[in-house]
Unconditional design. Structure first.
Lengths: 170, 223
């Protein structure tokens, strides 16, 4: 009998039992882990919130010199929503007849830039690693930022300037 | 591939004897439900440990979203339960697991008691087991406050009031638990710390001692 067993094709009883037990344990274990892992990675699978246009003032306020405008965006961060909305800043200027609204977030590593900050003249300056941008938000070669500053979508309605979503420039 | 990786590790760490020691450890016939079905009563200790593992895992995941602060605690629980995928399941595991672990622990205690397994030379392991029981009750008590809803708040008020009735030291215990003059911001902060840092650390230490002792002394003989 025992020689016969060796000659039998296919799986041994021991191997069959090992596989059965392992797959049962794997099934139960993944049944336990799946909800927790899916729970943890939920932020990866959520889509971003929509941005509405916000009125920031009359168009005539702005000239060729960049001016910082503070405004509020309504956004829910998890369970938390700031009363009156979270603060945002745009550097707004007129270039000819075009309105340019620059995001103050440095394209190097995300610090906040300031027009003529740190004693520099005629540039946006980022204090973290000395990044610089020209007046129209284009990064100065030889400083850390790899790209020009992002811009807000702009819209003019009845002489008033509205800012929308932030877009990246090429 | 897997086999090679295992052998590479094993050559350096010599891990085979560690799991072999557990895997080859024979289960005595009188505690093996495959031999006598009634021996399932010997499973409650292992089941308690299994539930504790689930509690630790689900608790770690809940902590990804939970905030221990009186303004945000309830909101964060509401958010993780209703707006995050499987939030209801993960919180449910922790919620029901808390009760199940106490039930399993109690059944395990009854089995040890009625089989006389607590007797010499295992009396110290009984003491460790009792400590585990009280640490688990502490985990239940501190975890109950964390959702910061009405039930949590008043259960904690009652619990602290009961603690305050201990002769002589009751007042000190109540103040220690409360952390301030009322059940409030400071109570929530320290219950959170106790629930996720202090008590689990003590529990893991005690569980380790419990398991080492049962291996050293062996399981008690048949009735």
């Amino acid at each position: 009998m025992s020689e016969n067993k060796q000659a039998k094709p296919g799986m041994s009883r021991r191997k069959f039992l090992t596989y059965t037990i392992a797959s049962t344990a794997g099934f139960l274990g993944s049944g336990m882990l799946f909800p927790m892992v899916r729970f943890a990675i939920d932020p990866l699978l959520q889509k971003g919130s929509d941005t509405k246009f916000v009125d920031i003032g009359t168009v005539s306020e702005f000239g060729s010199k960049p001016k910082a405008v503070e405004f509020r965006i309504q956004r829910k961060d998890g369970w938390y929503q700031e009363k009156g909305g979270e603060k945002a800043t745009a550097w707004v200027l007129k270039e000819g007849s075009e309105i340019l609204a620059l995001s103050p977030i440095c394209k190097h590593l995300g610090c906040t830039v300031k027009w003529e900050g740190g004693g520099r003249t005629n540039v946006f300056y980022c204090p973290c690693h000395g990044g610089e941008y020209t007046k129209d938000g284009v990064n100065v070669p030889g400083t850390p930022p790899p790209k020009p500053l992002d811009v807000y979508a702009t819209k003019i309605e009845g002489g008033r300037l509205l800012l929308g979503a932030v877009k990246e420039r090429g | 591939m897997l086999k090679n990786a295992y052998e590479w590790l094993d050559k350096r760490l010599d891990i085979t004897p560690m799991w072999r020691d557990i895997a080859d450890h024979e289960v005595p016939e009188h505690v093996n439900p495959a031999h006598h079905f009634s021996a399932f009563i010997y499973c409650f200790g292992g089941l308690t440990f299994f539930i504790v593992v689930i509690q630790i895992l689900s608790g770690m995941f809940l902590a990804l979203y939970y905030v221990p602060d009186i303004q945000n605690a309830w909101k964060s629980v509401d958010y993780l339960q209703n707006e995050i995928a499987f939030g209801q399941i993960v919180r449910g595991m922790h919620h029901w697991g808390a009760s199940v672990s106490i039930v399993m622990l109690f059944l395990h205690t009854l089995r040890v008691f009625f089989t006389g397994s607590y007797k010499h030379p295992r009396e110290f392991n009984w003491v460790i087991g009792m400590s585990i029981f009280f640490v688990m009750l502490g985990l239940g008590f501190t975890g109950y406050l964390l959702p910061w809803d009405n039930k949590a708040y008043f259960a904690t008020k009652v619990g602290i009031q009961i603690a305050a009735s201990v002769p002589y030291v009751g007042g000190a215990i109540a103040t220690f638990l409360q952390g301030g003059e009322i059940v409030g911001a400071q109570t929530l902060a320290r219950f959170f710390a106790l629930h996720v840092f202090f008590l689990p650390a003590v529990l893991l230490g005690l569980l380790g001692a419990h398991f080492v002792l049962i291996r050293r002394q062996g399981i008690s003989g048949p009735l």
